[in-house]
Ligand binder design. Structure first.
Ligand SMILES: NC(=O)c1ccc[n+]([C@@H]2O[C@H](COP(=O)([O-])OP(=O)(O)OC[C@H]3O[C@@H](n4cnc5c(N)ncnc54)[C@H](O)[C@@H]3O)[C@@H](O)[C@H]2O)c1
Length: 326
């Protein structure tokens, strides 16, 4: 099968492409390689993928209609799509709201429009986020909750993506599944996220910022568990029962709300160094706790997170040391 993965030079896109290539699929990748974070890291991920002859890469903007239309025209054989290209990050969306409209909303509509031409398309899986639950205190977050309280432009853009997906499933019968990822970490991770920031700063002897005075809980999810969920989902397109469109939403989280300070202590132990900590108030747009209810993902996707932070963080630290030589 040919699978089109957008955001292939990104953290989750890279790992998803690796797993699909390893099981013998052809992967067509797209990424604009923007400099929101270290472009060298994106290129290094890409270089790993390009070592496989079944991988084809397009350097393009997901919101560019001509380019995306051209890729779809050139690859009428595409059967699966994993749409991960996005402007991520809650905090960055406070200063750069238009990037989120461009990439996340315009980009998703551009892709969905182009995909209408695909005759063999079986399923589009796209990334949503735990941030869609916003200030909800109804824990654990269930996919049956109403999404009424987004706290950032990023969260609102992801809710819009889910709405657009439902609309295209309804109008054109396109099978679409949205995956709400919960704080993903692991090797080849994102340098703008807590785990990588903490490692980098502790190694450099710099203080780390800890918000809400450390009173934060996160459902940290290891990358291999996320990718297993993405691939299981891709293999299980929703089927319309005649009344509802073929559109689905799942939570992919570890189903454990970890104290942020426990997360920090494991990193300190792995690095053999104590962190100096700036305790700060809550940041605008941020939420104090996330926890996924994964009942539906378990029963319909066979999703079963296996990696705890005690097991996953040492793997991240080991990769970090090897990759950055520190
Ligand atoms: N990592 C997490 O914890 C997490 C949590 C919730 C949701 N998500 C979502 O999962 C998806 C993948 O996230 P990630 O952690 O791999 O992020 P990432 O930033 O590493 O990957 C996204 C990729 O998309 C590319 N991209 C950005 N704008 C683009 C554009 N206009 N055109 C083409 N490519 C573009 C980037 O260059 C990047 O390589 C995103 O949709 C993100 O919002 C991630």
């Amino acid at each position: 099968m040919s699978v089109f993965i957008t955001g292939t030079a990104g953290f989750i896109g890279f790992h998803t492409a690796k797993v699909l290539l390893a099981r013998g699929e052809r992967v067509i990748g797209l990424d604009d390689l923007n400099d929101y974070y270290d472009v060298e890291l994106k290129n290094a991920r890409l270089a790993e993928l390009e070592a496989d002859a079944s991988f084809t890469f397009y350097h393009a903007d997901i919101a560019n209609r001509e380019d995306v239309g051209g890729i779809i025209d050139a690859h009428g054989e595409i059967e699966g799509i994993v749409h991960l290209a996005a402007q991520a990050g809650v905090r960055y969306s406070l200063e750069n709201p238009y990037t989120y409209l461009h990439t996340n909303i315009d980009g998703q509509v551009t892709l969905l429009e182009a995909c209408r031409k695909l005759k063999q398309l079986k399923h589009i899986v796209y990334a949503s986020s735990s941030s869609v639950y916003g200030s909800s205190t109804d824990m654990p977050f269930s996919v049956d909750q109403k999404l009424e309280r987004p706290m950032s432009v990023y969260a609102a853009s992801k809710i819009s993506c889910e709405m657009m997906a439902h609309c295209y499933a309804h109008l054109y019968g396109m099978p679409l599944s949205g995956l709400r990822f919960f704080t993903v970490y692991g090797p080849w991770g994102r340098p703008d996220m807590a785990a990588m920031i903490f490692i980098r700063k502790i190694l450099a002897g710099d203080a780390i910022d800890v918000f809400n005075n450390g009173e934060m809980k996160r459902d940290f999810t290891y990358i291999d568990d996320i990718v297993a969920g993405v691939v299981n989902c891709l293999d299980r397109p929703p089927i319309s029962d005649g009344t509802e469109p073929p559109s689905n939403i799942y939570n992919l989280g570890n189903n454990r709300a970890e104290q942020l300070m426990d997360f920090v202590h494991i990193i300190e132990k792995e690095l053999g160094a104590a962190a100096s900590i700036n305790y700060l108030p809550m940041q605008p747009g941020d939420v104090p706790e996330t926890l996924a209810n994964i009942d539906k993902s378990r029963s319909e996707l066979g999703f079963e997170p296996r990696v705890s932070i005690e097991e996953g963080l040492p793997k991240l630290v080991a990769w970090y040391r090897e990759y950055y030589g520190s």
